[in-house]
Ligand binder design. Structure first.
Ligand code: ATP
Ligand code: MG
Length: 562
């Protein structure tokens, strides 16, 4: 599971099709594309599609295979440049490269318009005056055929003229549409004269005000595939019923090539929402602090949370590609993240809920020693670092109990523990404030226990610590799963299952001094506490903020069992 390259390429039914098409000579190289609509940020589901499309290109690189990044920007009312930029950044961050193959559906608006005219000229499209509601009524249902629009029999000349006037702006939004003339009683509803152009007097983020008519997704998508020379047009399962329409356009237009559409099932992880529409609501209704809030399953949220791109890719690999829709346990992603970080994250000590601990038999106030802490036990080449130790430290408040239950092996009055990488200590006194809260623990240390066990005594616990004076103050943000139910996508309102405790903020944390040089993008294991990273947005020199990427163990597994 380590995400290295020693394993053979993964296989699935789509890769099998591509392989067959290459070995049979149907194609000399494969051309795939990732086609996001720039109407939101990318999420984990998109990562699956990115890994699939770019993965196929990379695995067949020696045949000249490639993968395009294409923005499906046919609906100007919801699309923005901010989304375009974030999508590019996220694809790059995942480690994929479209090279010079960056495209926009809107680059093809002229060609698409000409092809719409071509359909009209061949009697395969007509201008309809029915409004949206009437069109819906006329379409029929899954069990009853539709009926022809009274405008379906317009002459080719009239259609040419009306369509041109639609383009010139002679009509208002919704007044007329252009429809493909296929079959109003086809069992497949998508073939019942689908709308291929609509009037929308809206500014477009690229073509600006050049167009007042815009092609439908169905009309634009396959034709853009063909223009780009896509061989395998991979999409998710909900487009299966659109495939006959995809093929109808390709077969009825003078397009340069005939791509093959192949569908696979979407990723839907547990405790996670992926629908862009709902993610937008979470942002707009201030449930989260923007698209990159670490509670969002967006790529930018996962990045800010500290999920490494390699772990996301390993996860996408391990879930495979099939036609079965189902729900994927998010614990699988979390496990992959832990495994990856266990290998590569530097170990640090941090105390999230500090109490002061003073060693009373320390030689003198100014006496300081250096403790040598292992940077990563998984990779001894990473060496050790020095942490100053001068007899006063912070420890985690729950590593001390004044009145402990049996089998509590950490610090309590009279008991002995090791301060990790340092000496064994024994508690002899507890200092409290007026309200009875413990504010300091007094201990003695055994100078003979540095790097070796005390003679004749068994010390059962090693607790972490940071030096009292040299530690760094920090805020630490703990994240938990964002939703409280397994499949929030089936809830009537996601707000009902939004986990209000998914973020808890600890404001008085103490970090070991070496963390002062932590950089955005680096992962750390805070020993015994989990994996953490510097927050990329809110952390400043004066207010250092770390995010918990993930705890060391899966606490939900236990909760679900009980
Ligand atoms: P959403 O339904 O979340 O709003 P979308 O499908 O509308 O997503 P697009 O920008 O159109 O978003 O998607 C770009 C590509 O990513 C498409 O090929 C789409 O099929 C794929 N994709 C979207 N969601 C998932 C998912 N959950 N799993 C796998 N692929 C996905
Ligand atoms: Mg969409």
């Amino acid at each position: 599971m380590s995400g290295n390259n020693s394993k053979p390429h993964q296989n699935d039914f789509i890769r099998e099709i591509v392989k067959d098409d290459l070995s049979s000579g149907k194609h000399t190289s494969s051309v795939t594309r990732f086609p996001p609509e720039p109407n939101g940020y990318l999420h984990l589901g998109h990562a699956k599609s990115i890994c699939l499309n770019f993965g196929i290109a990379n695995e067949n690189i020696e045949s000249g295979s490639r993968c395009h990044l294409r923005f499906d920007d046919t609906n100007p009312s919801k699309e923005e440049n901010e989304y375009v930029e974030s999508i590019k950044e996220d694809v790059k961050w995942l480690g994929f490269d479209w090279g010079e193959h960056l495209y926009f559906a809107s680059d093809n608006f002229d060609q698409l318009y000409q092809w719409a005219c071509y359909l009209i000229e061949n009697g395969n499209a007509y201008v309809d005056d029915l409004n949206a509601e009437e069109i819906r009524e006329y379409r029929g249902t899954l069990t009853s055929p539709g009926k022809n629009s009274p405008f379906r029999s317009r002459s080719i000349e009239e259609n040419i003229d009306l369509f041109e006037r639609m383009k010139k702006g002679d009509f208002n939004d919704g007044e007329k549409v252009l429809r493909a003339k296929i079959n109003m009683s086809d069992p497949n509803m998508n073939l019942r004269d689908p709308v291929i152009y609509r009037i929308m007097k809206t500014h477009h983020h690229r073509t600006e005000d050049k167009w007042v008519i815009y092609p439908s997704y169905d009309f634009a998508h396959g034709q853009c595939d063909s223009i780009e020379g896509i061989t395998h047009s991979i999409c998710t399962l909900e487009f299966e019923q659109h495939r006959p329409l995809y093929e109808w356009f390709i077969n009825n237009l003078p397009v340069p090539c005939k791509p093959r559409q192949i569908e696979f099932s979407k990723l839907q992880p547990t405790y996670t929402l992926l629908s862009k529409r709902k993610l937008i609501e979470m942002v707009n209704d201030n449930y989260v602090d923007g698209w990159d809030d670490p509670r969002m399953a967006t790529i930018s949220g996962l990045r800010r949370r500290g999920y490494p791109p390699e772990a996301i890719k390993t996860f996408c690999k391990s879930i495979g590609v099939t036609k079965f829709s189902g729900i994927t346990d998010i614990a699988l992603l979390e496990h992959t993240v832990r495994e990856h970080l266990n290998e590569c994250a530097l170990r640090k000590m941090a105390v999230l809920d500090p109490i002061k601990l003073t060693i009373t038999n320390w030689p003198e106030k100014d006496h300081s020693e250096s403790m040598h802490a292992v940077n990563n036990p998984e990779d001894i080449n990473l060496g050790k670092r020095e942490i100053p130790f001068n007899g006063v430290v912070y420890i985690e408040s729950d590593d001390f109990m004044e009145d402990p239950p049996k089998k509590y092996y950490r610090l309590s009055p009279g008991s002995e523990v090791r301060l990790r990488y340092s000496y064994c200590i024994r508690c002899h006194e507890v200092i409290k404030d007026d309200e009875g809260n413990i504010i300091e623990v007094l201990c003695t240390y055994d100078p003979d226990t540095l790097g070796k066990n005390p003679e004749g005594r068994k010390v059962r616990a090693a607790i972490h610590w940071v030096p009292h004076n040299e530690s760094i103050n920090a805020e630490v943000r703990l994240y938990d799963r964002t939703f409280t139910v397994e499949d929030p996508s089936t809830e009537k309102d996601w707000k009902d299952c939004f986990n209000k405790n998914a973020l808890s903020i600890l404001t008085d944390c103490k970090l070991e001094p070496s963390l002062i040089s932590a950089k955005v993008g680096e992962n750390f294991q805070f020993e015994r506490k989990g994996y953490f990273c510097l927050d990329s947005k809110d952390s400043t020199k004066d207010k250092i903020i770390f995010n918990r990427t993930i705890a060391l163990r899966d606490t939900w597994a236990k909760i679900n069992k009980s």
